[in-house]
Design a protein around this ligand. Structure first.
Ligand code: D5M
Ligand code: FE
Ligand code: ZN
Length: 531
């Protein structure tokens, strides 16, 4: 019983203006009279303190009470789900997204052998902020240079071409479009370019137009070349390489092979040498009628249990709030109509998370920042509202290095597009991680321009994945799914919002109330269900 009320204690302290250390909350929950203990702890804390520490609580409740407060009675564990299709629990309890993971793709931890379960003797905590190391790279907040002029788009695409063609240059002996046009007919040639156009011809071949900094050149992929599968994956504006033979009149390149920048199979992910975990979540949607407050409270309650002791990081991939005016008729499903109030309430919910948790967040398409990507982190007004946990508020996308594990966080709007454009087996809402594999292959989080995903012109294309991440974390499609692509763990993290009327009308069945928990030492995943 006491542990179940941890999140409520954290909330009670939050209402009095305090953020609380996890251990402090546990001690208070174990006090004979938690309500009195909370009052005493608040009394004890210095006026200028923002945080209630375990020491404040110890002073407040005294030695006698402290012994009663040992957190050795684990609260009820949430159901653990597994991504492996063969496992019994997967068949009965997983979200559909997780259940469809290939056995080889998914990695799970068996609760019985969970190292921290055994390690929790109830008193000493393994959480040591000094061991933590969190660095943010590629945050474009405050660095936006675009004025929206045509010239800015040219600069963005030049940068995209420069950095992605570099990855392909070692693999093909490419020539600029201009030079290829001057080569004798019949020569072998290769070109690297951004895809301007893909069309199927009357006779069932494909015509692909590529553009580089010198011009454009057409390539013809004949239907008998066995490349249909590759052509299926091509998106407009992405960077590819084509190798082949020039036609006799040198006007077109007959393609023999096509290459994406891709992630090398030799990629070796980093890992930490202590047992520490990160919860990867997104799409909280506070302010929506459908926000699942109970599931959220169970999650934050669980974060206060010994089992969650290793969870020292919380990564939030966007859509913190429901926002206003995001979709037509959205106001009919709003519980809170004021955007600032939505963030106030979200901040209250965030305070239930143990104070000594490192929190990183990026915005999504429901958040109060520009819609075009890259989206800068929140402005000062919202940062002030979210001033709990010293959360790092960074741009969408952003890369965070968590004790050396490189995590690429991206909200995921382009996933809708990848799913719409590609055949079902390559990308679908039921297997969102496969759509993520496509983005990894393209080394770009939102390749296609001018469609559903809005892209802002900047002097640099912040959406290019220059470095290969160890973990790719997205949300947005409200489906849970994870798997490994060339050793990169792709996780799409579900949501905390039950099905909306719109989603019902288009048959989106969200995976709501799940928290994927990532082991930073092994890069294995456990999914916990809180709904
Ligand atoms: O979107 C959650 C998912 O639902 C994402 O795949 C887009 C889709 N969605 C939700 N509402 C709409 C409307 N009105 N039009 C088109 N697509 C929609 P999120 O943006 O996280 O709510
Ligand atoms: Fe969302
Ligand atoms: Zn979204």
């Amino acid at each position: 019983m006491p542990l179940e009320s941890n999140a409520r204690i954290a909330k009670a302290l939050a209402e009095r203006g305090y953020n609380a250390e996890r251990e402090a909350v546990t001690l208070l929950a174990g006090a004979t009279d938690p309500t009195a203990a909370v009052a005493a702890a608040v009394d004890r804390a210095p006026d200028d303190a923002l945080r209630i520490t375990a020491d404040h609580v110890r002073e407040a409740i005294g030695d006698a009470d402290r012994s009663a407060a040992s957190p050795d009675e684990p609260g009820q564990s949430p159901v653990e789900t597994e991504g492996s299709i063969g496992s019994e629990s997967a068949a009965t309890e997983t979200a559909s997204g997780a259940a469809t993971n290939d056995a080889t793709d998914s990695t799970t931890v068996d609760a019985a052998s969970d190292p921290e379960t055994a390690a929790n003797d109830g008193s000493e905590r393994s959480r040591d902020p000094d061991l933590r190391d969190l660095e943010v790279g590629n945050d474009m907040t405050g660095r936006s240079t675009g004025t929206g002029e045509y010239a800015d788009f040219v600069t963005t695409f030049r940068d995209r071409y420069e950095r992605l063609s570099k990855i392909l240059r070692g693999r093909v002996n490419h020539r600029p479009a201009e030079a290829i046009a001057d080569m004798p007919g019949g020569s072998d040639a290769a070109m690297i370019g951004l895809v301007n156009d893909v069309r199927s011809t009357k006779s069932g071949h494909w015509l692909i137009e590529l553009e580089d900094t010198t011009g454009t050149f057409p390539a013809l992929v004949m239907k008998d070349k066995g490349l249909a599968d590759v052509v299926d994956e091509i998106l407009l504006d992405e960077c590819v390489a084509v190798e082949g033979t020039l036609a006799d009149d040198a006007g077109i390149l007959f393609a023999d092979s096509l290459h994406f920048p891709d992630v090398p199979r030799t990629h070796r992910p980093g890992g930490v040498d202590r047992h520490v975990q990160a919860a990867l979540i997104s799409d909280v949607h506070v302010g929506s009628d459908e926000f699942m407050a109970d599931a959220w409270h169970s999650f934050t309650d669980w974060l206060h249990t010994p089992e969650a002791d290793p969870v020292e990081y919380l990564l939030l991939a966007g859509d913190m709030v429901e926002g206003v005016g995001v979709y037509p008729n959205q106001d009919e499903e709003l519980d809170i109509v004021d955007i600032y109030e939505q963030y106030e309430v979200f901040a209250e919910h965030l305070k239930e998370v143990p104070a000594d948790t490192e929190v990183v967040m990026i915005p999504g398409n429901h958040d109060a920042v520009r819609l075009a990507e890259p989206q800068p982190g929140f402005d000062d007004e919202i940062r002030e509202i979210l001033d709990v946990h010293d959360a790092r508020i960074v741009s969408n996308p952003a890369t965070v290095s968590v004790e050396g594990v490189e995590v690429l966080m991206y909200h995921g709007v382009s996933l809708d597009e990848v799913i719409a454009e590609l055949p079902e087996e390559k990308a679908s809402y039921d297997e969102p991680h496969k759509a993520m594999y496509q983005l990894l292959k393209k080394r770009h989080v939102a390749p296609q321009f001018g469609g559903h995903t809005r892209v802002a012109p900047e002097e640099r294309d912040y959406l290019v994945m220059e470095d290969v991440p160890d973990v790719f974390h997205t949300g947005h499609v409200h489906k849970l799914g994870w798997g490994k692509y060339h050793n990169v763990l792709a996780v799409n993290s579900g949501c905390w919002q039950a099905q909306t009327d719109f989603q019902k009308s288009v048959n989106i069945d969200p995976d709501a109330g799940y928290a994927p928990i990532l082991d930073l030492d092994t890069l294995e995943m456990t999914v916990r269900k809180f709904s």
